[in-house]
Ligand binder design. Structure first.
Ligand code: FMN
Length: 340
């Protein structure tokens, strides 16, 4: 992303985000609402640290000259295995009074421009879902709805289904979200039986796939599969839910082993480069989501900023694949990771 866009983001995000050279959660400890990690921000820090400690086996003696980064996620063709994570509440998390519609429109349109996919978030104020629905009716994307109780949940699901999204997701970990509690609308953890009903409801509409976000253990992955999910997102919500969680790169291999390719796996948390993406694919993910840096790209550069950011990430991924000797996304294996 251009320096101009970053400088613009720095100005617009004052009081919310310092737009640090490396987005690692050190400058924004405890800033939730805001862009930081909850409490000591250990979960955010652990995401970044878990990725940083993984190293790659470099190899330049092979015949791979033009790696291909295209892939398929839940039946949708993508030019890269990198998606924008669902993020809601631009005006109280990112930039005072920032327009939610402008924010999410730039994310979905910018992602679409480069053959990626953007996700939309959800929250207490109606303007978050309103903006998501408006943008989803014009662009491909994946809405994530919070596990609300009663009719609010199904009303929101109906609204997003009407946009014919690629899939519908639910961040079940929102049960820990302090932002919802502060606005007087906390949500609770969801038993598998309730989750199954939600999944069946979504499946009944054009067989729309369902994604469960907020999986951090093999046991919860198995429960999501039991409930009928088509994909999971291994995620600790960017460290905004529960302090002292492990990094997602640390828990991913055991979860991937249990899932054993029965459903697809997305992962997020601290992903900042194409090399990070390659590491997570080698650890068992099918696609990777990126959160905070996409906010910076969208606030600072709009649709063009998002487009530039994803283009750079894809170039970095391509370069990393070239120097680890992998031809395409499906041939990435754990063998490219250096084991001491
Ligand atoms: C300001 C902010 C708002 C978020 N809102 C949502 C949301 O509405 N729904 C959701 O599923 N996740 C939400 N998340 C979590 C992200 O989807 C994602 O899991 C996390 O940001 C990934 O970590 P990263 O930011 O280090 O890349 C939010 C994260 C941030 C920073």
């Amino acid at each position: 992303m251009s320096e101009d866009f970053r400088a613009n983001a720095k100005q617009l995000m004052q009081g919310f985000c310092r737009v640090c050279p490396i987005c690692n959660g050190r400058a924004c400890i405890g800033e939730v609402p805001g862009m930081g990690g909850l409490g000591t921000a250990a979960s955010f820090h652990n995401n970044v640290a878990a990725l940083a400690k993984i190293t790659l086996n470099m190899s330049a003696l092979h015949g791979v000259t033009a790696p291909k980064t295209n892939t398929t996620f839940l039946g949708t063709e993508l030019k890269m295995p990198i998606l924008a994570a669902p993020i809601g509440g631009a005006q109280f998390n990112m930039s005072k009074g920032f327009d939610e519609e402008a924010y999410i429109e730039a994310v979905l349109a910018g992602c679409e421009d480069v053959g990626s996919l953007g996700c939309t978030g959800d929250g207490v104020p109606a303007f978050i879902i309103d903006a998501a629905v408006k943008s989803l009716s014009q662009h491909k994307g994946i809405p994530f709805i919070k596990p609300w109780e009663g009719k609010e949940l199904y009303e929101k699901i109906d609204r997003v289904l009407a946009c014919k999204p690629v899939a519908v997701g639910m961040d079940v970990d929102a049960a820990g979200l302090v932002t919802l509690r502060k606005m007087g609308r906390p949500v609770a953890p969801m038993p598998v039986s309730t989750l199954s009903e939600v999944v069946s409801y979504v499946h009944k509409h054009n067989n729309t796939p369902f994604i469960v976000k907020g999986i951090m253990t093999p046991g919860d992955a198995e429960k999501a599969i039991t409930a009928g999910a088509d994909a999971i997102v291994v995620s600790n919500h960017g460290g905004r839910i529960l302090d002292h969680c492990p990094g997602t790169a640390d828990v991913l291999p055991a979860i991937a082993a249990v899932v054993h390719k029965r459903i697809q796996i997305a992962v997020d948390g601290g992903v900042r480069s194409g090399t990070d993406v390659l590491k997570l694919l080698a650890l068992g993910a099918d696609v990777v989501l990126i959160g905070r840096p996409v906010c910076v790209a969208s606030v600072g550069g709009g649709r063009e900023g998002v487009k530039q950011y994803f283009t750079t990430l894809n170039q970095q991924l391509n370069q990393a694949m070239l120097l680890t000797g992998v031809e395409n996304i499906t041939s990435i294996t754990n063998e490219i990771i250096y084991h001491v």
